[in-house]
Design a protein. Structure first.
Length: 382
């Protein structure tokens, strides 16, 4: 773990993430990545004159305002119709901001290492791991937003506000997250207002979907189509149906993690006020109040409801920073309470990875590239 402090070690990890993308398996037709691979094949048949139509998302199932994925799709389609290069590029983008964000925590950990902080660092890395390039747009945007927002929230560095806002170019829904970050940047630490808003968000979460429906006619055509897709009743019911078919322990995962964060953040804040009153932790706590309100108000909209993942990243960051500054034995209760949700998160993330992780990835070169490949799940678990 200590060797990761060296630049060479970080480069090796980054190259491994790209290799994972280059050997990405898309045999499971139920995954988003399979449909992305099929879309690449179709786009490769289009002439170069269709560039703007592809970037505008006219060849996707819904009108897209996202820019990065269709741009990458078109560029790669000029080279090959095989998915391997595409997901290698996806892994390069995702992995860059993924490791940049992990490095922010690791550089704090290495100054004052302890087992509680290390456990939460590993937890942080598994919340949105490289396996999630299966859903490249949202989860890449999440890391871009986190990395930019980190500097805006903790240090009020406004140049990173632009980077955080760029997440909307990767996934449209980050328009809402960007608005929340901008509001926080302008208002600062208005905890009384944020607490009132947070209380209302637990009581009246359905208001946001009704409000969006009312303002749809005033939006531009592309924006209106995308928002309409999120609040469409048939879409909401379809997502709810799929959620009902999900195994019980997966349905339990996010609520358990959220309740753990609620407890951990409040416990540390009021137990160790001499530490939590620092400027960066005060800023982070205020932002968490405001962002949780956004999460609660928007959770009625299925795709936007995924912002719980982004809140979890910032929530774990808060706990992690606190744990690097207190004695390990004083944070033992958090390890005991948080161990189960952390293990459940690890199990879920690794299970997602088995569908796309090439079983030959760890074999000596050039063997991983010598056949079509089987996923870890197909080879060992099916």
């Amino acid at each position: 773990m200590f060797s990761y402090r060296y630049k060479q070690s970080r480069i090796i990890v980054y190259l491994f993430l790209i290799l994972y993308g280059l050997l990405f398996i898309i045999n499971n037709k139920g995954l988003d990545s399979y449909r992305t691979g099929q879309n690449l094949i179709y786009i490769s048949t289009l002439p170069f004159s269709e560039f703007w139509n592809v970037v505008r998302g006219l060849y996707t199932k819904d009108t897209s305002l996202d820019v990065l994925q269709p741009l990458i799709l078109f560029i790669v389609s000029r080279i090959t119709n095989k998915h391997n290069l595409l997901f290698g590029v996806f892994a390069a983008f995702f992995g860059f901001f993924y490791l940049k964000s992990i490095n922010l925590l690791y550089d704090r950990y290495i100054v004052s290492p302890n087992k509680n902080a290390l456990l939460h660092l590993l937890f942080f890395a598994l919340i949105n791991p490289i396996f999630f390039i299966n859903g490249f747009r949202f989860y890449t945007a999440a890391w871009i937003f986190f990395y930019g927002a980190y500097f805006v929230i903790l240090y009020r560095d406004k140049k990173y506000l632009i980077l955080a806002m760029c997440s909307v170019l990767v996934h449209f829904s980050f328009l809402g997250a960007g608005a929340v970050l901008l509001i926080y940047f302008l208002l600062g630490n208005r905890n009384l207002f944020y607490v009132i808003l947070l209380i209302l968000s637990f009581i009246l979460p359905e208001l946001i979907s009704e409000y969006l429906t009312k303002i749809l006619p005033g939006l531009g055509a592309g924006l209106q189509n995308r928002v309409q897709a999120y609040v469409d009743e048939n879409y909401i019911q379809a997502v709810a149906k799929r959620a009902g078919q999900t195994r019980w322990f997966i349905q339990l995962l996010q609520p358990l993690v959220m309740y753990y964060l609620y407890f951990g953040i409040l416990f540390l804040k009021y137990k160790f006020k001499n530490i939590s009153d620092s400027k960066e932790l005060t800023n982070l706590f205020s932002f968490l109040l405001l962002f949780l309100s956004f999460v609660n108000f928007s959770k009625q909209i299925p795709s936007v409801g995924r912002f719980q993942t982004v809140f979890i990243l910032f929530g774990v960051l808060y706990i992690f920073i606190m744990l690097t500054q207190i004695q390990p034995r004083k944070g033992l209760i958090l390890m005991i309470i948080g161990l189960f949700p952390m293990l459940l998160t690890a199990a879920y993330s690794l299970r997602i990875g088995t569908d796309t992780f090439n079983a030959l990835l760890l074999a000596p070169m050039p063997f991983p590239f010598l056949n079509g490949g089987l996923s870890f799940y197909e080879l060992f678990l099916k």
